[in-house]
Ligand binder design. Structure first.
Ligand code: SAH
Length: 394
């Protein structure tokens, strides 16, 4: 394959030498004008030394997403190795067995493939491209996934229309399908119906799997409020663990329909222990109708950019304040932030500030984070995004 070369300004090779997977547009020397979005490029230093290979695009501040620091051919073998290696890591994490068939196979930079997400739901892989280069590599990606799974998957679905600029006409479609894929998946033995075609993100929030499992440790005989519940994962784990009562709250009726379906799938539909609530959590939390033992706060990212960080922090503080203020004495709060620009220290400080304002004493029992199938590339600390605390309120 013909790979074009581009050159960095003198000194700009340093971040590549530290294996950071992005090159910003300001680091490029003039001469990239004949490149197209999604082109594979060889990046060289100002004096012509090979540095890396990546996907080029001129749509934002990141000009190149690096997929190899070695001068290799980017052929099917290259891709096969990436997927095999990623699957092996998930096997080591013991995520693929009779009780669990939901996991993230490719987590962008964390798996050496910036711009690519692949989530596996039973016998379907859902691919989400965040760069044009990945979209253009779909054939390699499809074959690489098939190869890693020994052709045992039933479907591969490309869901990139939300994540790729419209001009590239990314369609949501099956790039491979053989029969009807299984839309009921198992997460640590609990059943969840996942619809990648109509659901948020790739259909399910896999990143909270270990934290959902953790709730079981706390939930027996407790009254639980699960806010921002989406498909009700925390609720199902709490009910299975013997919670006295679980209220699941989301502002989206579609999410609540998913919850109801999952409640039914796990055999709780005839129980009066569960109630769904469609409401705005920020409003609802101002004045709770019930004294809960456990409250889960798992909002969507309040800040997507540094510009909105301050406002996001105020939002987290208000939300946590309302939970801390109203929870039963001795109660437990699972509180999360998935805003990448709010780091774990800032998040902890925000929760602590909310505690001080509430006048109640709080203890941090556990510090939570994203699971191993959402790995953080050690040379790309920006990949750390999910953080959480389990706090106890006296
Ligand atoms: N805890 C979930 C994932 C949460 S995703 C899980 O374990 O799967 C965030 C959810 O917050 C989405 O379902 C979204 O519909 C919901 N949401 C966004 N804004 C909201 C608001 N203001 N009030 C209530 N829910 C909201």
């Amino acid at each position: 394959m013909d790979v074009k070369s581009i050159f960095l300004k003198p000194g700009k090779e340093r971040s590549v030498e530290r294996f950071h997977p992005w090159i910003f547009s300001g680091a490029l020397m003039k001469g990239s004008e004949d490149l197209e979005n999604g082109d594979l490029v060889k990046v060289k230093s100002a004096d012509g030394k090979f540095l890396c290979i990546g996907h080029y695009q001129d749509l934002g501040s990141i000009a190149v997403r690096i997929i190899s620091f070695k001068e290799v051919e980017i052929n099917q073998e290259f891709w096969n190795e990436k997927f095999e290696n990623a699957l092996q890591v998930r096997e080591h994490l013991n995520l693929i067995h009779a009780y669990n068939n939901v996991f993230r196979l490719i987590h962008g930079e964390g798996d050496g493939l910036p711009g690519l997400i692949v989530d596996v739901y039973s016998d379907t892989a859902v691919v989400q491209c965040h760069s044009v280069g990945m979209l253009k590599s779909m054939e390699f990606i499809k074959n690489g996934i098939q190869h890693a799974f020994d052709n045992e998957l039933r479907a591969i679905y490309n869901k990139s229309s939300d994540t790729i600029s419209r001009e590239f006409e990314a369609k949501d479609e099956y790039v491979f399908k053989m029969g009807e894929p299984d839309k009921i998946v198992l997460e640590y033995g609990h059943k969840f119906s996942v619809d990648w075609e109509t659901g948020q993100k790739t259909g399910y929030f896999i990143d909270q799997r270990e934290n959902r499992k953790l709730i079981a440790k706390y939930a027996s005989r407790k009254k639980v409020l699960n806010t921002f519940c989406y498909s009700g994962g925390f609720s199902i784990f709490a009910l299975e663990a013997g919670a006295k009562l679980v209220h699941s709250l989301d502002s989206s009726q579609k999410a609540i329909d998913l919850v109801e379906n999952n409640i039914r799938l796990n055999g709780f539909s005839n129980s009066d222990k569960h109630k769904s609530i469609v409401a705005d959590a920020m409003d609802y939390m101002k004045n709770l109708e019930e004294e809960y033992d456990i409250i889960i706060l798992d909002p969507p990212a309040f800040a997507k950019h540094k510009k909105s960080r301050h406002k996001a922090v105020q939002g987290y503080k208000r939300l946590n304040y309302n939970a801390i203020k109203q929870i039963k004495s001795g109660g437990i709060i699972f509180t999360f932030s998935c805003s990448q620009v709010v780091d774990k220290q800032l998040f902890a400080n925000t929760v602590i500030a909310a505690g001080i304002e509430s006048g109640r004493s709080i203890r941090i029992l556990e510090q939570l984070h994203q699971p191993g199938d959402h790995p953080i590339n050690a040379y790309h600390p920006e990949g750390e995004y999910l953080k959480g605390l389990v706090i106890q309120v006296d």
